[in-house]
Design a binder for this molecule. Sequence first.
Ligand SMILES: Cc1cc2nc3c(=O)[nH]c(=O)nc-3n(C[C@H](O)[C@H](O)[C@H](O)COP(=O)(O)OP(=O)(O)OC[C@H]3O[C@@H](n4cnc5c(N)ncnc54)[C@H](O)[C@@H]3O)c2cc1C
Length: 416
Amino acid sequence: MKIVILGAGVAGVASAWYFWRDGHDVTVLERNAGVALETSFANGGQLSYSYVAPLASPSVIPKIPPWLLRRDSPLRFRPELDPGQWRWIIEFLAACNPRTAEDTTRKLLRLAFYSRDLMHDLVGTHELDFDYVKNGKLVVHTDRDSFESAKRLMDFMGTLGAEQRALDPAQCVEIEPALEMMAPRIAGAIYTPSEDAGDCYKFCNELQRIMTSGANPVTYRFGVEVERLLPWRGRLMGVETNRGVFEADAYVLALGTNAPYLTRPLGIRIPVYPLKGYSLTLPVVDDRGAPKISITDYKRKVVYARLGDELRVAGMADLSGRRAVIDVERVDQLVSEVKAAFPKASDFTALSPWCGMRPATPKGTPVIGATPHSNLWLNVGHGALGFTLALATGRILADLAAGRAPAVPLEGFTLH
Ligand SMILES: Cc1cc2nc3c(=O)[nH]c(=O)nc-3n(C[C@H](O)[C@H](O)[C@H](O)COP(=O)(O)OP(=O)(O)OC[C@H]3O[C@@H](n4cnc5c(N)ncnc54)[C@H](O)[C@@H]3O)c2cc1C
């Protein structure tokens, strides 16, 4: 089949990979000059297969007022005259109940474990250079109550197959000596040895390299802006772009936060709104001062990943409109977080600040699979977990298109 993939972020590239592996004739359309130059560019680098519990949970409700009042809070809300933003908030609040949160966690965990299998299979069969490490992850709690509730969540996750254990501050430092400075503030941590990390941008470029160098290569068309989907009798007959119309037998829409604009004229509402986040990429100057294990500071919602000789630090979730513009105050806050947690890691002269727009759905579940247009498929809405989930969702789409049963039930991930 001739397949056109719209968007070359990690969701689009992973989709291209599995369609290409099935022998299809694949073309990827991307408005930028290369792959993974938007939200997939400098994300937190966590392949966080066991930490998939959604933001929408009952525990978030009491935290919202302080988050709204403090300028340095990990989540920030700036109201916009945008019905899409308000609708997203209403749906988010509706999802903040125990039943929905547990159900979502269960489904995401299944998807994430499948993605982990696919990643391990991939790195086991191909030489991929993307600073990939199987280093495990420590989620550090500085607050006793939050550590206690994390232990309860750990017990629940254990029933679903996650292998985790609770550590006291001394055990944290034993496993990750760079936590020494932070140790007096630590109440405890949840350790998951089976988590991985890597550089998402390099990962996408590596997959692109392989797909374009072998037999039946994938065609990447850069500088192509998709302007309109062209429906005809329950199907798409093409996509209109600034470089003319592209036609295919089937289309995969993986346009991140832009997806809803393209599908709206077709009557398809995708509940995605951008949640802005920030990252820094710091050269490591003191190997022992920078963590080798991935760390999450749970209270501050900051993640740390060692990527080669650099430390990637990411955090913040700002519901503040659709423009991917860096707010210098947020970058300063992130720098302060690193200086407090790992002061020796870097000399902080080169920060490489970046912001990206997480394509977030209110419940935290990606939207994948069929649409009312028989040859249009969706692969969007991965929120804070795009790198973690992309292989699973890409593979599921290729399976659906080939008429194979997907390895993970689609319930909860489809449009309706
Ligand atoms: C600060 C931060 C930290 C994060 N940390 C992690 C993490 O540690 N682990 C993890 O798993 N996830 C993480 N994420 C989430 C992850 O980065 C995203 O879920 C993922 O990148 C989304 O991928 P995507 O392909 O859906 O979107 P994108 O990467 O945005 O790709 C969409 C592509 O579509 C293209 N496009 C859009 N409109 C058009 C158009 N009209 N025509 C042509 N092309 C178009 C864009 O240029 C873009 O390349 C983080 C995100 C942020 C912001």
